[in-house]
Design a protein around this ligand. Structure first.
Ligand code: ZN
Length: 304
């Protein structure tokens, strides 16, 4: 099945301009250029403007901000784009703008703006949490236009983190395995998911997580697509996996329930009928379900 384009929070339209990050002269000029703009984010969300149901990043000229730690996100046809910590500046600089949760506004953003704000949120979160050296505890100093933090005492370099999470739709003929967490809205079920551990391949992580969360064994693990998930720093890696054996039951306490869901029940839920609530459309879990429905409605895939 052909990919249907990037997931929400991917698809940013910037050239990330990696070589410019160490070009001090170019950076100084870009920060002074009236065409360069900043997007702002803080612990409570992103600074956005709303117009008739559409939401977009509030774009503030970076030259007027004079931020202490401007993070270069990239360049487009209009100029350079920086991310700036909202706490540094407050909300007074853009009178029509407001701070909104990124997940909350995601459905109202364009694909490119969703990617841009995910990029800015993830990087600024990383800076917020890495002001001190993990090795020696000294205060770190931003370098490479926000793509490294250096420790002036022990010399350690700290790079932005992205934490891989596998998310997998386990299928068995005409049914799939879904689970729910206690904190979710009533009736909500989703694909199983978990963090990749050190020294583990993605396929091993898929098999281990399904075993831990549902006591089920899988094989034929296939990659589908991925989704940046900056809450705060994950990359969701979507898979399908074929059921081999085991009786699904919750095991390690992460899930409240895990159960088989038939294609009929999934199709009803996708049409808004029945008690089952599927993940929101901007989540990769929903895409895995929708792709599986589209695939299985054309008849069973050849085995082997
Ligand atoms: Zn240090």
């Amino acid at each position: 099945v052909a990919s249907a384009g990037p997931n929400t929070f991917a698809g940013e339209a910037l050239d990330r301009a990696g070589p410019r990050r160490t070009d001090e002269r170019w950076l100084a000029e870009a920060l002074a250029d009236p065409a360069s703009r900043a997007v702002l984010a803080g612990p409570d969300g992103v600074l956005v403007v709303e117009d008739d149901g559409r939401v977009a990043p509030a774009e503030v000229p970076v030259a007027g901000l004079r931020p202490k730690e401007p993070v270069l996100l990239g360049v487009d046809s209009r100029g350079a784009v920086f991310a700036v910590e909202l706490d540094e500046r407050g909300g007074a600089l853009a009178p029509d703008a407001s701070v909104r949760g990124l997940r909350e506004v995601a459905p109202s953003l364009s694909q490119a703006d969703g990617g841009l704000l995910a990029h800015a949120s993830a990087l600024l979160h990383w800076h917020r949490r890495h002001r001190f050296c993990a090795n020696c505890g000294a205060r770190t100093v931003m370098g490479e236009a926000g793509h490294v933090r250096n420790c002036p005492v022990c010399g350690a370099q700290h790079h932005p983190r992205t934490d891989p999470v596998v998310i997998m739709l386990v299928h068995d003929g005409d049914r799939v395995l879904l689970g729910r967490q206690r904190a979710w809205p009533r009736g909500r079920y989703s694909a199983l998911a978990g963090f990749v551990e050190p020294g583990e391949s993605l396929e091993e992580a898929v098999a281990r997580e399904v075993g831990e969360e549902a006591e089920v064994e899988v094989d034929d693990i296939r990659y589908r697509s991925s989704q940046p998930w900056p809450f705060p720093a994950s990359l969701m890696l979507g898979f399908t996996a074929r059921y081999v054996g085991g009786e699904p039951r919750t095991h390690d306490g992460e899930l409240e329930d895990v159960r088989w869901v038939s294609r009929t029940e999934l199709e009803a839920a996708a049409a808004g009928r029945g008690n089952l609530l599927l993940p929101p459309r901007d989540a990769i879990a929903r895409r895995l379900v929708d792709e599986w429905l589209a695939l299985s409605s054309r008849g069973p895939a050849p085995r082997g």
